[in-house]
Ligand binder design. Structure first.
Ligand code: TXD
Length: 308
């Protein structure tokens, strides 16, 4: 039997997710949104292209939570996206109310699902989902680090004129301006980038990565990045659905790791059929730890504003 993947939010990211999941034959897709016609229209368009992708996966759109029943995986993009001049944190008040209703709907209709949260401000939204749903921490994970790391990889590959396939990167901490790229843990085919690029160039790439979301928002003017975020979530979805045991930077609920408790923070983890199966605690030097601590404090103050 095919797996069932429910997508809550049929906007820009939801649309790319639906297409990719169906055309990669990962499972049947149910696209949910509060806007009538939007999920149905996108689903129909994608379903009608399925023969070209050689996919028999079903794609349907709905405005009713009952239709997500039995989902193995739920990916949440519901909420507002940024406009130029806005920070991710500016979305908190509106998206908090949306996330509360989404968590209640998923809890009622897909209580056994794995959940990937994408909505911003990411660390606060994934925390809200976990608190409202009461799902165990291994089944609720946030997508941010994969995207931030892939942006860093892109810039390194451009700078060195090498294949993006050979560049690995690690960006940890909260998904905001305080995110922490860790150049010492980035490499090109195993060669640390600290041996290939100057400290100035690495600092430039780190800063561009931290501002990369805003760079796209300023160009688009009407929304935020959606292709790279969708593909980042697909990487996580595949890891869970195919039990790949991928090691990816994800927002995980920490209970003592890195000296943090009760918060979602971006850390390297093993993602497989059990969801977040393990968190890797990596060594940081004093300067890295200082940035990481500052990022955690930012997440802590944002999370403290959440009234459930
Ligand atoms: O790295 C990351 N985590 C991110 C996060 C990278 C990029 C964008 N990120 C955030 O994802 C962004 O700031 C937004 O909060 C979400 C979704 O971004 P997207 O670009 O897909 O936004 P859209 O196109 O505005 O789509 C949001 C949809 C839209 O169709 C609304 O009608 C719907 O969400 N929506 C709802 N769906 C279900 N239930 C409720 N209550 C609801 N309210 C709005």
């Amino acid at each position: 039997m095919r797996r069932k993947i429910a997508l809550i939010g049929a906007g820009n990211i939801g649309g790319v997710l639906a297409e990719q999941i169906a055309y990669r034959r990962l499972g049947d897709v149910v696209l949910f949104d509060v806007v009538e016609g939007l999920p149905q229209g996108k689903a129909l368009d994608i379903a009608e292209g399925a023969p070209l992708a050689g996919s028999d996966c079903r794609v349907t759109g709905t405005n009713a939570y009952q239709d997500i029943a039995g989902a193995d995986l739920v990916i949440i993009t519901a909420g507002l996206a940024r406009k130029p001049g806005m920070s991710r944190d500016d979305l908190l008040a509106k998206n908090l109310e949306i996330m509360k209703s989404v968590a209640a709907g998923v809890k009622q209709h897909a209580p056994k699902a794995h959940v990937i949260v994408i909505s911003n401000p990411l660390d606060a939204m994934v925390y809200t989902f976990k608190q409202i749903s009461g799902f165990p921490k291994n089944r609720v994970v946030g997508m941010a680090g994969v995207l931030d790391s892939t942006r860093f990889r892109t810039f390194v590959a451009w700078e060195l004129g090498v294949s993006v396939k050979d560049v690995t990167a690690l960006v940890l901490g909260g998904h905001g301006d305080t995110m922490v790229p860790l150049p010492r843990y980035c490499s090109v085919a195993g060669i640390p980038i600290t041996r290939l690029l100057s400290a100035e160039k690495i600092a430039e790439i780190s800063t561009r990565t931290q501002n990369a979301g805003g760079e796209v928002v300023n160009l688009l003017k009407t929304g935020s990045a959606f292709v790279s975020p969708a593909h980042s979530a697909i990487e996580m979805a595949e890891a869970i659905l195919l039990d790949e045991k991928r090691v990816l930077a994800c927002a995980c609920f920490l209970e003592g790791e890195y000296g943090v408790s009760g918060l979602y923070v971006g850390v390297p983890c093993v993602l497989g059929a059990g969801g977040v199966e393990k968190v890797f605690e990596i060594e940081m030097d004093a300067a890295e730890r200082k940035l990481f601590d500052a990022s955690i404090e930012h997440v802590r103050s944002l999370t403290a504003q959440i009234k459930l």
